[in-house]
Design a protein around this ligand. Structure first.
Ligand SMILES: [Zn+2]
Length: 117
């Protein structure tokens, strides 16, 4: 038993499923690939879904790359903090000249400063 209202709803649903041409606005059959009016290639419902999936995938990849980049930056920042640790530097201070030099360096002479790595 199909009432008149149900039949009208079904007809309406079929109309909604029709693919509207982006070029001329002609409403084509749901399974049509090209516009029957102007021949323009139509975007089917499955193509729309696929495109949406690609957009979501792209956003996820972008978010992942950003997150990974932040982690790498965090590692670099923590490593540079360790390298600027004053414990691993020696300080030369004489006649108003003050500078830091690596702990592994040794001064050979008072007047000439040479590095011995
Ligand atoms: Zn068209």
């Amino acid at each position: 038993m199909v009432s008149k209202d149900d039949a009208q709803k079904r007809v309406q649903k079929v109309k909604d499923d029709k693919v509207k041409c982006a070029n001329c606005g002609f409403k084509n059959k749901p399974d049509s690939i090209y516009c029957q009016s102007c021949g323009n290639e139509l975007e089917t419902a499955s193509q729309k879904k696929l495109r949406r999936k690609h957009i979501i995938l792209g956003v996820l990849i972008l978010a992942g790359v950003c997150f990974g980049f932040m982690i790498i930056l965090g590692i670099i920042a923590s490593e540079s903090e360790n390298s600027t640790n004053p414990i691993i530097y020696k300080t030369y201070d004489n006649n108003g000249i003050t500078f830091h030099y690596p702990f592994t360096w040794t001064t050979l002479n008072f007047n000439t400063r040479q590095a011995d790595v």
